[in-house]
Design a protein around this ligand. Sequence first.
Ligand code: BDP
Length: 331
Amino acid sequence: MTFCLPLKCIATAVTISTALTAFAGVASATELRGWNIHVDDYPVSIAMESFAAEVAEKTGGEVTAKIYHNGVLGDQPDAIEQIRLGVIDFGEFSLGPMGQSVPEANVVSLPFIFPSIPKMYELMDGAVGDAIGEGLKAKGIVPLGWYDAGARSFYNSVHPINTPTDVEGLKIRVMSNDLFVKMVESMDGNATPMAFGEVYQSIKTGVVDGAENNPPSYESTNHFEVAKYYSMTEHLIIPECLCMSLKSWEKLTAEQQSVVMEAGRTSANLQRELWAKREAASLEKVKAGGTEVNMIADKAPFQTAMAPVYDSFLAANPGLTDLVNMIRDAK
Ligand code: BDP
């Protein structure tokens, strides 16, 4: 028995099937939540947006991503926990704070471990990156691409730093990781781990005398307005990671995973190009803004002062000795 004329029946069937397809489309679409600490025009932020665009395009809209810039989803140590839990689907992290949960990642937070930035790229795109990637995966984090963060140098509001003794007595903000506390204490400075977003006010009000970071972060946060001595110690070359929660990763199909992985690599290449340009522009901007940049004629005394950092790290993590040596021996 039929309640409709044949033509009407067809029309109704089409309507129903269109509605079902649309519903299925909605049901299977995934929107990923992305965490980022940086301002919108930062190289990391632009590369993350390009990652999101590529993923949306190549999955035909099945997987899309919304990125929350400026740290609005919380500070980095909390975001690392949230990505492990799958509350945040992906993000761009410094391997600095990552080291508190992933011991392998700590290896790249050892002061002066990489002889240069090109060498860091080479090692991160090879065996060292693979070893750290395994460590991350074991903690529920899937690396998609290694981003550049240049080299970090000290800045403060008191005086230029030329030798390790100039750090003595200075109150320096560090990223949340015991290694960085030890690093500053090895030069008799006072280290204060603190959220990135609190540093500007803390320098301004004298809670700390300074901090340490790469030129783009020193500039984009306006720290240069309150700490005008920027001393190019370049003591830390810490790569960064565009990475995804393993929990979110496992919800994707194999095909979607390969698109996401590929987009991560492409975005890393873009980020590295943008980084080099931004670094130069940031240095110009801070100099024009009154920053006094001083180069370090001889970094050897700083390197020597870091011996206790290595000693205590290797004593606590003997299993990571080979990885440390793999980097240190790289010429
Ligand atoms: C920047 C890193 C960012 C860190 C920040 C910091 O890109 O991930 O949160 O330093 O010092 O260079 O906290």
